[in-house]
Design a protein around this ligand. Structure first.
Ligand code: 4AD
Ligand code: MG
Length: 499
């Protein structure tokens, strides 16, 4: 008898007996009834087991959380139930009992959770993030597919650097020293000369020795490359692309965003045109009085917030100590743990803030915009901002020098608002052979491994360019996450390879 349904389709089966398979995600019992929350990846269903179905009742009452289960019963529409459907259970079978599930519903530090990432993925918060990620990736592919781009994947074993030798991961390739891809860009430049508009999408690797909330050592990047495109074309493409990703998340993942307590209104403000400023204008902004005053005011406001939240924590802890009901205790423990984490981060952020404020005021033209400066800049706008024309010394060798000012290159970074910073880096490429060779010499690069790349400037060179969007940084921003580590199923960070 095939009457298995998934929870998402349960409402359509109201009134007839069906079978669910999934995991026990939660339970309440009241002596005569057990309310077992079962999840199956498509949703969560409250399964009501009455004491008169004795066998089912005993199983549901005893099964440890996260056991795998097979439940039969009759779905009933009920507005009060999570998901709008409830199931009256006729049979409740434990397939495998999960004794001592390590992630109990109490306070766990981030290290503990990261070490149990393989189980942590089951939580409602993590599945919400992974669903948003799925939607962002699938919308990104659709965006380029609909515009006539051809997917041309780049190799992951590569002979040389594209984004600076300092962040290369060497690999022993049958006795030869090669590297994991930092980007697919150089290869899809070749593909663009064959197919016009192309993109690649794959894992990329950077031996970043920085433990920041924005850096992974392995991340996924989607990179379009377009023949005959110049910087203004690239900005337009990037703007439309970012808007499309946000729109997809807003329409397809609104429930998940709400669960993550994302400020939806902030995402709804993401619409063209994005402000476009040059690096030089960005430096003036950073150093200017207006920003300085705003930063000082924000510092004061955050200090006040820290004080208010600390007080709230103390009150919560006092209420928790007096609480008798176990389920309320659990709920409050979670709230307290979250608040403590927020406070710890706020406190550490406030500790660094005065130095950042000084750093911005004294920022020198020629220095790269780091995470702190990006954070400050993006807080001055309510939507993503595009920063162009960086000093060539901050940027990769392949970027084209501006014809009207050879100190800067024709590049663009798209910075996400609310302090998130760079999600896209791109540029018009140097398409002149001699200029490119001169630039490589300046960077003391050996041209030997790049002969194939230089060939693109020897045989039918044309203006072209593209950009790369980091999926994880984009998902962190769209979901409103403090740290990038939750945006990828199994993050690779400096100092983290397990699981
Ligand atoms: O600015 P990046 O280094 O640009 C490139 O790699 C170009 N070759 C792309 C191109 O023009 N085709 O990186 C592009 C994006 C960044 O804006 C960021 O979103 C992401 O990749 N990214 C990282 N994400 C997570 N962890 C890291 N360590 C990252 N480094 C870059
Ligand atoms: Mg960059």
């Amino acid at each position: 008898m095939n009457d298995r349904v998934c929870i998402r389709d349960l409402a359509a089966a109201a009134g007839r007996e069906v079978e669910l398979r999934g995991w026990l995600a939660g339970r309440r019992s009241s002596g005569k009834l057990v309310f077992a929350l079962v999840r199956d990846g498509t949703g969560v269903c409250q399964c009501v087991v009455e004491a008169k179905t004795a066998e089912a009742f005993a199983a549901a009452e005893r099964a440890p959380l996260e056991s795998s289960v097979k439940v039969r019963g009759v779905p009933r529409l009920d507005e009060r139930a999570p998901g709008g459907v409830e199931m009256s259970v006729t049979s409740f079978v434990v397939l495998q009992g999960a004794e001592d599930y390590p992630i109990a519903r109490k306070e766990h530090g981030i290290d503990f959770l990261m070490n149990h990432r393989h189980l942590w993925l089951r939580s409602a918060r993590q599945t919400a993030i992974l669903r948003v990620r799925h939607t962002v990736v699938s919308a990104a592919r659709r965006f380029f597919d609909e515009r006539g781009f051809t997917l041309t994947d780049a190799p992951i074993f590569q002979p040389g650097a594209a984004e600076g030798a300092g962040s290369l991961f060497p690999v022993d390739y049958f006795g030869e020293r090669v590297f994991l891809a930092q980007t697919g860009q150089l290869y899809i430049e070749a593909a663009a000369m064959a197919l016009g508009k192309v993109y690649c999408f794959g894992p990329t690797f950077r031996a970043e020795k920085s433990k920041t909330r924005r850096h992974l050592t392995e991340f996924w990047m989607i990179e379009p490359e377009v023949a005959f495109a110049e910087l203004p074309d690239l900005m337009e493409l990037a703007e439309a692309f970012v808007c499309r990703l946000v729109e997809a998340a807003l329409t397809e993942r609104r429930e998940e965003l709400k669960r993550l307590e994302r400020d939806i209104a902030a995402l709804e403000r993401v619409a063209p045109p994005f402000p476009r400023i040059t690096y030089t204008e960005a430096v003036e902004l950073l150093r200017g009085d207006a920003v300085h005053q705003r930063l000082l005011a924000a510092l004061e406001a955050d200090r006040a917030r820290l004080a208010a939240e600390s007080e709230r924590l103390a009150q919560l802890e006092a209420t928790r100590a007096a609480e008798k009901k176990a389920w309320r205790q659990e709920q409050m423990d979670r709230e307290i743990a979250e608040l403590r984490e927020t406070l710890r981060e706020l406190e550490s952020d406030l500790g660094h803030r005065p130095a950042h404020i000084e750093g911005a005021r004294n920022f020198r033209w020629g220095d790269d915009l780091g995470g702190d400066e990006e954070t400050i800049l993006t807080r001055q706008f309510d939507r993503p901002v595009i920063v162009t024309r960086y000093p060539k010394g901050c940027k990769a060798f392949y970027m084209k020098a501006a014809p009207d000012d050879p100190r800067v290159v024709l590049n663009m970074d798209v910075l996400a608002p609310e302090g998130y910073g760079e999600i896209i880096g791109g540029s018009q490429r140097e398409d002149d052979l001699d200029a490119l060779l001169a630039r490589m010499a300046e960077e003391k690069m050996d041209p030997a491994p790049y002969q194939w790349y230089l060939d693109l400037r020897r045989y039918g060179s044309v203006p072209h360019g593209g950009f790369g969007l980091g999926i994880e940084r984009t998902v962190a921003w769209i979901c409103g996450l403090r740290h990038i580590r939750e945006t990828i199923p199994f993050p690779r960070l400096m100092g983290r390879m397990y699981p």
